[in-house]
Structure formats: structure tokens, C-alpha cells
Design a protein around this ligand. Structure first.
Ligand code: GLN
Length: 304
């Protein structure tokens, strides 16, 4: 039996000594205020135990990690029809890249780049009665925690500066791959990205991807096959043009966000989440990736 707490403690003490902590995202001005000395790591295992070190209970902006939860909700409504409007190929490009979208006639490469997430947001707006409220309640239910909320300042900050997302949404609309208005889709998307959660809350919310589509409360949100597919998309597309590197170094399906969070998992075994706000050049948490590499190397627990 591995001593997970000791392993996490060890990783924590290695990581906090690292001098180069990366750069905090500032293209969304509200995110720039976060202290890059924050570091948290949390593990929730399928046998019901959990372990954490550092700032694992401190909420941060989950940003693109929300795209996986939105995808799960969209699949629960539309099943395989989701894949008519968004593909499942890695893009090999940054999260906000646009040229492929034009070349490929408005079908985004995958649901975890921004263009794909905007299509998923559109699906949710079409299916939810009160989209922002209902989506937040879905995330709260997954995590079993009603305190989870949007950060309105972060949403408004991105609304004021998210020009590439406006461009992506307009391109999608021109290719008739949005049913709702560009403004409604962007408003929903900026809010979903602004959700604040801690590592421990994220570990709970991502549990359904460990548990064949059933959340911690044992409710089936996805079928086993749908959960398998979401995990496949996380593995191949969860880190944009660094998805290969993450698979190579860490070897788990996962998803990053520019708030510095990462949620990763081993199906049937565990969810592991990290938060370190400094990003590398590809927009993924520099120390989060390092910590996860150390975890799967030390424990030899990866999908490979
Ligand atoms: N809201 C951010 C954006 O659209 C999310 C990006 C990310 O976390 N990679 O730019």
C-alpha cells in the first residue's frame, strides 16, 4: 500500500523550492493579481480516501478546466450528436488559434480548444432552461458543494478583453455552427470559465470520469462509453499544443486552465488536481505539470 500523503508531501517540498515558477496569465487582467507562490495538490482515490498538501482548499479560476464539465453536460443531452458539430482530433495549436477553424469550415478540431468549447456552450444554452444558473448547479452537484460560484469580475474582465473569442464565435456563426447569438454564447462561456473551485472541489467534480460516468453521489451523468470518450479527448487534447508532452511526461488524461489549475485522472483509480498559477509558454501550469510528472513517476500509476 502506497503512502499517498507522504508522496504528496515530498512532491510539495520539491516543488515549492523551484525558482522558475512560470508566468501568471495577464491577458485576462483580473487573473494577473494572483500570487504565483500558491501551490496546492490534492488526490481523491476510488476507495474514498483523499489527501492534500499546500493550498488545496483555496479556490482559483478554473478557466478551461470547465470545458470538460461543459462537454460532459452537453453529451448527457445530445449523446453522439455532439460530434457532428465538433471533432475529436488534437489541434497541435494554441487554445485560441483560429486558422484551422476557417480551413475546416467552422467545425472545431475538438471541444477543449476555445472554438470547440464555444460550440459546446451553444449546445448548453439551447438545452438548459436558465443556462448560467443550471450549469453552475450541475457543477455544484458534481462536487456536492453549493458554495461554488462564478467570479463576476473575472467574467467581465474577459468580456472586455476576449477579442479572439469574439473572433472565434463570429467565425462559428458565419459557418452556421452556432444556434444562439454570439453575445449569448460568449456571455455563457466567459462565465463558465470564471467558476472558482479549489483542488479538493475539482477532485470531487472530476470523479465521474474515474467512476465510469457516475458522480460521487453515485448518479449516472454519462454512460461508461461516454466517460471513456471524454477521457480520450482529455488525453489527446487537454493541453493544446502540449498534449503530447503531458502524455509523455505524466501519462494521464487531464485538463489545464490558464488560472493555473490541472485536473488529471486514472480511470477506476483516482483524480489528482494541482494549482500553481505560473504558466509555461504553452499556457499550462509549469509547476503543476512538474508535480504530476513526479507523482506518476514515484507511484508508477499512469495509463501507460
Ligand atoms: N477563458 C480562457 C480563454 O478563453 C480560457 C483559456 C484557458 O484556460 N486555456 O482564453
Amino acid at each position: 500500500m502506497r503512502d499517498f500523503q507522504a508522496i504528496l508531501n515530498d512532491i510539495h517540498s520539491n516543488i515549492i523550492k523551484t525558482k522558475d515558477k512560470g508566468v501568471v496569465a495577464s491577458y485576462i487582467p483580473e487573473l494577473a493579481h494572483v500570487d504565483k507562490n500558491n501551490f496546492g495538490i490534492h488526490l481523491r482515490t476510488a476507495d474514498g480516501n483523499h489527501y492534500g498538501v499546500g493550498h488545496f482548499n483555496k479556490p482559483f479560476s478554473i478557466q478551461s478546466i470547465s470545458k470538460v464539465l461543459a462537454l460532459a453536460k452537453a453529451i448527457s443531452f445530445k449523446g453522439n450528436d455532439v460530434w457532428k458539430r465538433v471533432d475529436v482530433e488534437p489541434s497541435g495549436n494554441p487554445f485560441n488559434h483560429l486558422s484551422l477553424l476557417e480551413l475546416e469550415n467552422g467545425i472545431p478540431r475538438n471541444p477543449l480548444i476555445n472554438a470547440g468549447a464555444l460550440v459546446i456552450a451553444d449546445i448548453l444554452i439551447s438545452h438548459l432552461k436558465n443556462p448560467k444558473e443550471d450549469f453552475l448547479n450541475f457543477v455544484r452537484d458534481l462536487a456536492g458543494d453549493p458554495s461554488i460560484s462564478y467570479n463576476e469580475q473575472v467574467a467581465q474582465s474577459e468580456k472586455a478583453t476576449g477579442f479572439k473569442n469574439y473572433a472565434a464565435a463570429n467565425l462559428l456563426k458565419s459557418f452556421k455552427n452556432l444556434e444562439n447569438s454570439v453575445d449569448d454564447v460568449l456571455d455563457f462561456y466567459f462565465h463558465q470559465c470564471s467558476i472558482e473551485m479549489s483542488c479538493s472541489q475539482l477532485s470531487k467534480a472530476f470523479y465521474l470520469f474515474v467512476n465510469k460516468g457516475k458522480c460521487l453521489m453515485d448518479k449516472a451523468h454519462l454512460t461508461e462509453s461516454q466517460a471513456k470518450r471524454v477521457n480520450a479527448v482529455m488525453l489527446t487534447c487537454g493541453f493544446y499544443d502540449e498534449a503530447g508532452e503531458f502524455a509523455f511526461e505524466v501519462g494521464l488524461p487531464g485538463k489545464s486552465g490558464v488560472g493555473g489549475g490541472i485536473a488529471a485522472l486514472l480511470p477506476n483509480h483516482f483524480v489528482i488536481t494541482t494549482w500553481s498559477p505560473g504558466l509555461n509558454r504553452k499556457g499550462n501550469s509549469q509547476l503543476g505539470m512538474k508535480a504530476l510528472e513526479q507523482f506518476t513517476s514515484k507511484t508508477k500509476l499512469s495509463i501507460f
